[in-house]
Design a protein around this ligand. Structure first.
Ligand code: ZN
Length: 107
């Protein structure tokens, strides 16, 4: 059993960089990523091994300072409102791409 005052060590999933801190300072995440952008650690987070249809119903939740200065990431199932929001964002993206390809004036 870990006491509240005990420290634990968290490793960056991308580069292995570690940080040691009190357990109560750590939020749950599937993957912890350091903030060193030159290592591109976030890009190393694996995608869930599901069919494309199921992956479209998942979102990657990011939490700043989940463990000290580390970011925390976890996959969650998108709720109904989030799926609607994703649908609207995709419509906007597709409309923008259409405008760029057809070079229509934006009015
Ligand atoms: Zn890292």
């Amino acid at each position: 059993m870990i006491k509240e005052s005990e420290k634990i060590t968290i490793s960056c999933y991308g580069c292995g960089h570690t940080i040691t801190l009190r357990k109560r300072k750590v939020s749950f995440a599937q993957y912890y990523i350091c903030g060193r952008k030159s290592f591109n650690c976030k890009e190393k987070i694996p995608r869930p091994k599901l069919s494309d249809n199921l992956i479209n119903n998942m979102v990657l939740v990011e939490e700043m300072n989940a463990a000290g200065c580390f970011y925390g990431y976890r996959y969650e199932w998108a709720d109904k409102e989030t799926r609607k929001s994703i649908g609207r964002a995709k419509e906007l993206l597709n409309a923008g791409i259409d405008l760029l390809n057809n070079k229509k004036p934006i009015i």
